[in-house]
Ligand binder design. Structure first.
Ligand SMILES: *[C@@H]1O[C@H](CO)[C@@H](O)[C@H](O)[C@H]1NC(C)=O
Ligand SMILES: *[C@@H]1O[C@H](CO)[C@@H](O)[C@H](O)[C@H]1NC(C)=O
Ligand SMILES: *[C@@H]1O[C@H](CO)[C@@H](O)[C@H](O)[C@H]1NC(C)=O
Length: 773
């Protein structure tokens, strides 16, 4: 029997004072620990090799059903269905001589002088291109995979090439790369000292091209996040490469910020200049990416530390939606934000004024003069003007381009502000992937946000009126690594409906949805507002938007169980009833907590012979906690029926009815000898308190109607037993006695906490909440 449920405990400090009345908009609806994720089979983990770390160069290979992961000295190939099922690995360490050189150069042999894989890109139908830091001596090679999964090939080529301009030397440097049409675009540092930063194009048939060297106007200590190809028109000649990075503000750029986030652009067909900017980009432009929240006194809170970028592709490949994760630069004020950008705004900024200054002591201003033709940043193509190659660009265009790499206007996010901000938590965002999910009432973007504490937040943004007014619902917060560690890589497979996560500790895999966790009632499923899940008539399960399944219940936009679960309306009487007993003048805990962390608990008391239910107000004696109601020093007048109800998203859901009887201390002394000798303060000595706890937990028998009935039963049982012990440990020769099994209060409390999570509560009565809630 589940007598832990609705149990009555005398509490000795186990309950934290409640945040019971605060709004819970930012709280995840469900919080799942690492243990819970594993136990419910919602997490598969690869716990890494003892001689490796940095599992963060991910390449999702849907065709072959593999996840390739580059780590320290190793390359892994995992099965996308289950990463724990016979993975393959190749050791690719730096050579002993390179390790020695690295050590002699003063680097940390254990932490820096390995081969950290930094580039892992598809090359052709059979090969991947792969580069590593090679103990401060970057190297690249080809990884052979075969044409199809059945070929079962996973082999590193024996031929290595120089990785300079492809992979950084220093594993701490943030770099990014993209391999397209046999050419590798890399934002990285290209020297041992880590001072020569550049955006390179290497491989392929052309001469390598890079950004102007040692010109802080072009790049100023950049940290690269990602590289993407985005077409500008239907003509491939206009294709552009976009880079996301952060860097130090330009000299004279009065942003008041040390770090600023950037988006950079290049033409894919840029071949460099003819007389000047030879083998340098002639179409490079950059603009600031803004993500800030207006402050009360006109001072905005800026999120400048770009952490990750995700491109949500749409039907139109020219206009993906850009999601970006930022944190604050400040050490004092920790915060994270997600901002969303569209390509139209980005293109407008690149077509707007260039940032210009007349000399080192001047400020950057919008350039007002005549811009040479063709406008710098335009790709050579038939679409926008008749020139065939950047080598044909007039000298004035090249000169202007060299001196004006930055745009004056920043790119503002959609809606002018972040779609999500976190400032009052002990973690920061580090990674992001987004899934577009088809639901009954439309399409929703579900964000999976990785944090620096090894957790993942699953968040759905629901438009209230428009894209400019989004409601953010944190569906779940899950711990996916065994220790708090920054999540450094994330890939989502829509085909597998799985999410893959990388960190310094290993690789984890989890499903995009766990519908059954929301509960066994239609209302719980509906209130969850998870676009992946719907009520199918008997359980909360995966929603598939097919015509046949019209009967499925789901309402993401409003989460209104009344409209969806109408069959359950006004169907009272099935809420769990419990009888509990408390002793006068002792404390008493009425346990009741909702499965959803977003729900508030609303307590009402119905006194004997009274139909009215009165809200229980907080006072000196009554403490509302997230786990239940704590009543200090019970009085006779506390007798009655306690209605525990969850209030979420404007709906009341009865959870439990607790019928509390307060036993007069005097009466208890009469019926249980040995107690009266405790003298007045019943339960005041520690020994007695312990005894009471046991006694009272035994009392928690739902089918008992009174103390007398209980005692009657115990006594009957008692008479059969031989060894007799009283509460104070002395054997007594007369009267009714109790043999007490001493339970461990701490263990019991833990069990209660654990039970709470897995418990299902039936929900039948649904009603609009009273105005006071
Ligand atoms: C690391 O250990 C694994 C076995 O656990 C071994 O296969 C691999 O070769 C080792 N790697 C290096 C670089 O020594
Ligand atoms: C892919 O590239 C590798 C390395 O250059 C080459 O050996 C291989 O033949 C190529 N495969 C195909 C199918 O072109
Ligand atoms: C209970 O507490 C009240 C007030 O502190 C006190 O007057 C009363 O005697 C106590 N009753 C018992 C049985 O200890």
């Amino acid at each position: 029997m589940d007598y832990l449920f609705g149990i009555l405990v005398l509490l000795c400090g186990a309950v934290q004072p409640g945040r019971g009345d605060e709004p819970k908009h930012n709280v995840p609806r469900l919080k799942l620990s690492y243990k819970e994720m594993l136990e419910t089979s919602n997490l598969v983990t690869f716990n890494g090799l003892a001689n490796s770390s940095s599992y963060d160069a991910f390449l999702l290979d849907e065709e072959r059903g593999r996840l390739l992961v580059g780590a320290e000295d190793h390359i892994f190939s995992f099965d996308l269905v289950n990463i724990n099922r016979d993975h393959k690995q190749i050791a690719w360490p730096a050579t002993p001589s390179k390790r020695d050189e690295c050590k002699w150069a003063g680097k940390d042999l254990g932490k820096e002088c390995s081969n950290f894989i930094r580039v892992l890109q598809p090359y052709n139908q059979t090969h991947m291109y792969i580069c590593g830091t090679g103990a401060f001596h970057p190297i690249c090679s080809f990884l052979e995979m075969g044409k199809r999964a059945e070929d079962n090939i996973f082999r590193l080529a024996s031929h290595f090439e120089n990785g300079r301009g492809k992979s950084p030397y220093d594993p701490k440097m943030l770099s990014a790369s993209l391999l397209i049409d046999g050419e590798l675009y890399s934002g990285t540092s290209a020297d041992f000292m880590g001072r020569d930063f550049a955006i390179f194009r290497t491989l392929g048939d052309h001469h390598p091209i890079r950004t102007e060297q040692h010109d802080s106007r072009w790049l100023n200590d950049p940290r690269f996040i990602s590289v993407h190809l985005i077409p500008e028109s239907d003509n491939p000649e206009d294709d552009k490469i976009f880079l996301f990075f952060k860097e130090n503000a330009m000299d004279g750029e009065h942003t008041g910020k040390a770090t600023i986030a950037r988006i950079g652009q290049l033409c894919k067909n840029d071949m460099g200049g003819h007389r000047s900017l030879v083998n340098k980009w002639t179409t490079f432009l950059k603009a600031r990416l803004m993500c800030s929240v207006p402050g009360v006194n006109g001072i905005d809170t800026h999120f400048d530390e770009l952490q990750d970028v995700f491109l949500m592709s749409s039907k139109d490949p020219k206009n993906p939606l850009i999601y970006a994760v930022f944190t604050t630069s400040s050490n004092i004020f920790k915060g994270s934000a997600v901002c969303m950008y569209n390509m139209a705004d980005i293109r407008r900024v690149f077509l707007g004024p260039y940032a210009h200054r007349d000399g080192p002591n001047y400020q950057w201003v919008p350039f007002q003069g005549r811009v040479p033709y063709p406008r710098p940043g335009t790709c050579p193509s038939k679409t926008f003007g008749g020139f065939d190659s950047t080598k044909d660009l007039p000298d004035d265009v090249i000169t202007f381009a060299r001196g004006h790499p930055a745009m004056y206007n920043p790119v503002h996010p959609i809606g002018g502000r972040p779609i999500m901000v976190r400032t009052d938590v002990d973690y920061q965002f580090s990674q992001l992937v987004v899934d577009r999910v088809e639901a009954e009432d439309g399409q929703y973007d579900v964000m999976f946000i990785g944090t620096d504490m090894g957790t993942v937040l699953k968040v759905v943004t629901i438009p209230r009126e428009s894209w400019h007014d989004l409601e953010e619902v944190v569906l779940e917060e899950m711990t996916v690594f065994r220790e708090p560690t920054p999540i450094t890589a994330m890939e989502l497979s829509t085909k597998q409906q799985q999410l893959y996560l990388g960190s310094g500790l290993g690789v984890s895999q989890m499903s995009l949805h766990r519908c059954e966790v929301y509960g066994k009632a239609c209302a719980e499923c509906c209130l969850a507002r998870d676009p992946y899940c719907a009520w199918d008539g008997s359980e909360c399960s995966r929603y598939f938007p097919t015509a046949k399944r019209r009967t499925r219940r789901q309402d993401i936009r409003n989460g209104d169980p009344l409209s969806q679960c109408s069959d359950l309306q006004h169907h009272g009487g099935s809420v769990e009833d419990r009888s509990v007993y408390g002793v006068e003048n002792s404390s008493m805990f009425l346990e009741c907590s909702p499965k959803s962390q977003r729900a508030l608990i609303y307590w009402q008391l119905q006194k004997p012979n009274d139909d009215r239910k009165l809200e229980i107000k907080r006072d000196d004696r009554v403490l509302r906690t997230d786990q239940g109601l704590l009543i200090r020093s019970l009085a006779q007048s506390d007798t009655g029926i306690y209605h525990c109800q969850a209030v979420e998203h404007g709906f009341i859901q009865p959870l439990l009815r607790l019928n509390l009887q307060v036993i007069p201390a005097q009466r208890l002394g009469d019926i249980l000898p040995g107690l009266s000798s405790a003298g007045g303060g019943v339960g005041h000595s520690p020994k007695h308190r312990l005894w009471y706890r046991d006694f009272l937990s035994l009392l928690d028998h739902p089918d008992l109607n009174s103390v007398e009935e209980f005692c009657d039963r115990v006594w009957k049982k008692e008479r059969k037993q031989k060894r007799v012990k009283t509460p104070n440990g002395n054997s007594q020769g007369h009267g009714p006695r109790l043999e007490l099994q001493h339970s461990q209060p701490a263990a019991k409390w833990r069990r209660m906490q654990e039970n709470k999570k897995g418990r299902n509560r039936r929900t039948h009565e649904l009603q609009r909440p009273p105005r006071s809630v």
